[in-house]
Design a protein around this ligand. Structure first.
Ligand code: FAD
Length: 384
């Protein structure tokens, strides 16, 4: 692993850093301004990135990106994290939906859907999880039945982030219940703007309704909106999941570093660095942050060498979520009551971090992956 940037990578970083310095986002809406104001702020920011050609540098130039390499893409997310700008409103479209269509979409689908993802004209959401199918996605029950040149979809999804703003949903549904459960799935693009799709917000501990329940009662999807072929949904969904967090992880680890730096500054101000108990905790957090950063870059090197991300990515996600929870707890200890006062960024971070060990794969499931696929330990046989 060589962490020295090439001249091209340095030029890429400097150009982006310069642009971010000259084009800061509008001021963040107040914490009590509501979810819609936060969303509008993030959509406006994405439009500015788009106008300057920075919405998705990793996308190939033919689709409006810059054809950035994996290292440049990591630099991109690190710089966004360093500049403390918001995530683009259409993050799921940019990171998951677009790249999935580039692999599995028909030429017509690419032509129709990619450009509005980039410009944030059409927001995307991910309809995978169901009340009885989260970690075990293949056991999902939402059904799609063919009716002429349309599919009729009935079922329920849950934890659908951003559904209230989405035009399109990456929906995985069962189209054949006679075959093995992985083989009976199909991946669709479902239009969210129809009566048959009811969205009910789920309010989180932070006060936001970031995600929703979807009740789907005979929704219609044109056959032309099947992605990757009927019965091939498992493979297409894996492409989406492989892209989840690829890149975003670099922004997250920088944000973790910034949080820790803020905690260290506050501890220094409070005279707490002299206290061996806090000094010890801060040193441990520093070592964890560095370990995560180096593991993330190692994962990238492997992905460049072998052409795809390896199972080690699970280790980075597991360590990051665990460390972020510890860091926000440490912040509360160092900052004191202000960190527990509603409306402060400290209290927001503390509460939002609770979901980190669930979203994008639970820690238990990630530990299984690391045990079996990185360490080569035997698979756990669940007793009957
Ligand atoms: C903030 C947030 C945003 C999300 N956004 C979306 C979204 O946009 N779209 C979407 O589709 N989903 C989304 N999710 C859902 C997320 O992917 C699921 O919550 C996650 O996959 C876990 O599924 P589950 O909640 O059904 O829990 P379950 O899979 O039912 O797990 C319950 C418990 O059992 C444990 N467990 C399960 N299987 C095993 C195993 N084999 N070995 C050991 N332990 C196990 C789990 O670790 C967990 O503790 C989001 C979740 C969060 C928190």
């Amino acid at each position: 692993m060589d962490l020295t940037f090439s001249d091209k990578e340095i030029a890429f970083r400097d150009e982006l850093r310069g642009w971010l310095a000259e084009n800061p986002p509008e001021a963040k809406p107040a914490a009590d301004a509501g979810d819609d104001a936060q969303f509008t702020w993030r959509r406006d920011w994405q439009r500015r990135l788009y106008d300057a050609g920075w919405a998705a540098p990793a996308w190939p130039t033919e689709y409006g990106g810059r054809g950035a390499s994996q290292s440049e893409s990591a630099i991109y997310f690190e710089e966004l994290g360093r500049a403390r700008v918001p995530f683009a409103a259409n993050t799921l479209g940019l990171l998951l939906g677009g790249p999935t269509l580039m692999v599995w979409g028909t030429p017509e689908q690419k032509e129709r859907y990619l450009a509005p993802i980039l410009s944030a004209e059409e927001i995307w959401c991910q309809g995978f999880s169901e009340p009885d199918a989260g970690s075990d996605l293949a056991s999902l029950k939402t059904r799609a039945v063919k009716d002429g040149d349309e599919w009729v979809v009935t079922g329920q999804k849950v934890w659908t982030s951003g559904a209230q703003y989405a035009k399109w949903c990456m929906l995985v549904a069962r189209t054949d219940s006679e075959v093995a459960k992985h083989k009976g799935l199909t991946y669709f693009l479902m239009d969210m703007e129809q009566e048959a799709v009811q969205i009910r917000p789920l309010r989180q501990i932070t006060g936001e309704a970031e995600f929703n329940e979807l009740f789907i009662g005979e929704a219609r999807i044109a056959d032309a909106n099947v992605v990757g072929g009927v019965g091939n949904g498992w493979k297409v969904a894996l492409t989406t999941l492989m892209n989840e967090r690829a890149g975003l992880g670099f922004a997250l680890q920088i944000r973790l570093r910034q949080l820790l730096d803020d905690v260290i500054a506050a501890a220094a101000e409070n005279g707490m660095l002299e206290n061996p108990l806090y000094a010890d905790k801060i040193a441990e957090m520093h070592i964890r942050c560095e370990t995560i950063r180096l593991l993330a870059w190692k994962g990238l090197t492997d992905a460049e060498r072998y052409g795809q991300p390896g199972p080690e990515g699970s280790l980075v996600k597991w360590l990051w979520s665990d460390t972020n929870q510890r860091a926000t707890q440490l912040a509360a200890d160092v900052i004191g009551p202000q960190a527990l006062t509603s409306g402060t960024s400290w209290s927001y971070e503390l509460m939002r971090a609770r979901g980190n060990t669930i979203e994008g794969g639970t820690t238990e499931v990630l530990k299984n992956i690391v045990a079996e696929r990185v360490l080569g330990l035997p698979r756990l046989k669940v007793a009957a």
